[in-house]
Design a protein around this ligand. Structure first.
Ligand code: SF4
Ligand code: SF4
Length: 187
C-alpha cells in the first residue's frame, strides 16, 4: 500500500427499505417541494430583464459622426488588441464624393466581429483612436446558427438618425485622456 488513502470496500447487503427505494424517492420529492416555496433565483427572460450595471459591456456599435459619416479608419488597432481574435476587417480607400459616408481617407469596407469568440472585454474600445467602436448595454441574442453570430457592418454600424448613446462610457476621465496629444493613442 503506497498511501493511506485507499478505502476498504464493504459489500454490505441493502436493507428492505433501501431495496424498495421509496424513502429515497420521498426524500427527493420533499427537497423538490421545499424549492417551490423559496424565492426564485431565475427570471423569465426575455419577458423580464435584469438590471445591469452602468459599465456593462454588451454588443458593439460602430459609431458615425454628427454628419452620419463612419468614424472607423480601418487602422486595425482594435483587431490587434483583441485577445480573442474576434475582429476582422478589410480596408478600402475613400473615393472622391464619399466624404459624407466615410470620415477618414481609409475606411473599413468589411468589418466583422465573431460574437462566438468575443469575451466582451472592451479592449477594442480602449484601443480605438477614432472613437469608432464602443460596447453598449445591448445583449447579443443567441442563435443556433454559427454564421448568424458573425456580425458585419449591417448589424454593427449605427444609423445617423438613431445614434446609440455611449455617454456613460465616455467619462470625463476618458475624455480628458483622449485630449492629450502626447499619447500615441490620441495621434
Ligand atoms: S470586446 Fe474584447 S474580445 Fe470582444 S471584440 Fe472587443 S477586444 Fe475582442
Ligand atoms: S481601432 Fe477604431 S478606427 Fe481602428 S479599425 Fe478599429 S474601430 Fe476602426
Amino acid at each position: 500500500m503506497l498511501t493511506n488513502r485507499s478505502k476498504v470496500v464493504v459489500n454490505k447487503q441493502m436493507t428492505f427499505m433501501e431495496r424498495i427505494y421509496l424513502p429515497a424517492v420521498i426524500g427527493g420529492l420533499i427537497t423538490t417541494m421545499k424549492h417551490f416555496f423559496r424565492k426564485k433565483t431565475t427570471i423569465d427572460y426575455p419577458k423580464e430583464k435584469r438590471e445591469i450595471s452602468e459599465n456593462y459591456r454588451g454588443q458593439h456599435v460602430l459609431k458615425v459622426d454628427e454628419k452620419g459619416a463612419e468614424r472607423c479608419t480601418a487602422c486595425g488597432l482594435c483587431a490587434v488588441s483583441c485577445p480573442a481574435e474576434a475582429i476582422t476587417m478589410t480596408a478600402a480607400e475613400r473615393k472622391k464624393g464619399e466624404e459624407n459616408k466615410y470620415r477618414e481617407e481609409k475606411y473599413a469596407a468589411v468589418y466583422e466581429i465573431n460574437m462566438l469568440r468575443c469575451i466582451f472585454c472592451g479592449l477594442c474600445e480602449e484601443a480605438c483612436p477614432k472613437e469608432a467602436i464602443f460596447l453598449t448595454d445591448r445583449l447579443v441574442p443567441v442563435s443556433g446558427n454559427r454564421d448568424e453570430m458573425i456580425y458585419g457592418k449591417d448589424k454593427l454600424t449605427e444609423k445617423s438618425f438613431n445614434q446609440v448613446d455611449i455617454s456613460k462610457r465616455q467619462t470625463p476621465e476618458v475624455l480628458a485622456f483622449k485630449q492629450q496629444k502626447q499619447y500615441q493613442h490620441n495621434k
